[in-house]
Design a protein around this ligand. Sequence first.
Ligand SMILES: CC(C)(COP(=O)(O)OP(=O)(O)OC[C@H]1O[C@@H](n2cnc3c(N)ncnc32)[C@H](O)[C@@H]1OP(=O)(O)O)[C@@H](O)C(=O)NCCC(=O)NCCS
Length: 184
Amino acid sequence: MPTLTPTTLHTQRLVLRWMDQSDAPALFALFSDPAVTRYWSTPAWTDIAQSRAFIDTTLAEYEAGTGLRFAILLAETGEMIGSIKLYDFYESNRRCDIGYALLQAQWGKGLVGEALSAVIEHAFNTLNMNRIEADIDPRNEASAKVLERMAFVREGYMRERWIVNGEVCDTAFYGLLRRDWEAR
Ligand SMILES: CC(C)(COP(=O)(O)OP(=O)(O)OC[C@H]1O[C@@H](n2cnc3c(N)ncnc32)[C@H](O)[C@@H]1OP(=O)(O)O)[C@@H](O)C(=O)NCCC(=O)NCCS
């Protein structure tokens, strides 16, 4: 596991920073929206206690080096509009997974691409990863577009990998190598 230290990343329109319990209401607004969780691996939240417990887990993961979740904030207003995470670090293989979500009101502005660029740079250059993986629902066209714009390659398809609220879902599996990123 990498040793994680509090980090803030800046892009043109965004600030990405570590989370704390003050983010619970904004995180609840994000993950209680069924449109946001439509292709997520868990159902939409219904109670803010879920948000607090999730942030407790996030804090424990910083400490253990098992997960690096950033809050995505608009640089101009400081409003928290989303979340992006590196997780499942395999240090010996220098690889990890990535996941992300944005408030519906902010979709379609290229913001996740901007956040991904900064987090991918951090993963390759600061955390010394060689490969980043993403597991998405094949019906999630917006997410596939974002990944492909970042030079991720669709490498596989796994059938009936998730069952969320009784709905059986497949996985489209994406990978990004350091050399793909450098050559993009
Ligand atoms: C997937 C997601 C992260 C994309 O982020 P984004 O910053 O909106 O991405 P972009 O602005 O680059 O738009 C990507 C595509 O989203 C789609 N999109 C844009 N605005 C949209 C809207 N209002 N409603 C639905 N889809 C929209 C378009 O297909 C767009 O492609 P285009 O630019 O070729 O038209 C975002 O839609 C989201 O948070 N979804 C919910 C959580 C989720 O599914 N996360 C990924 C799980 S693996």
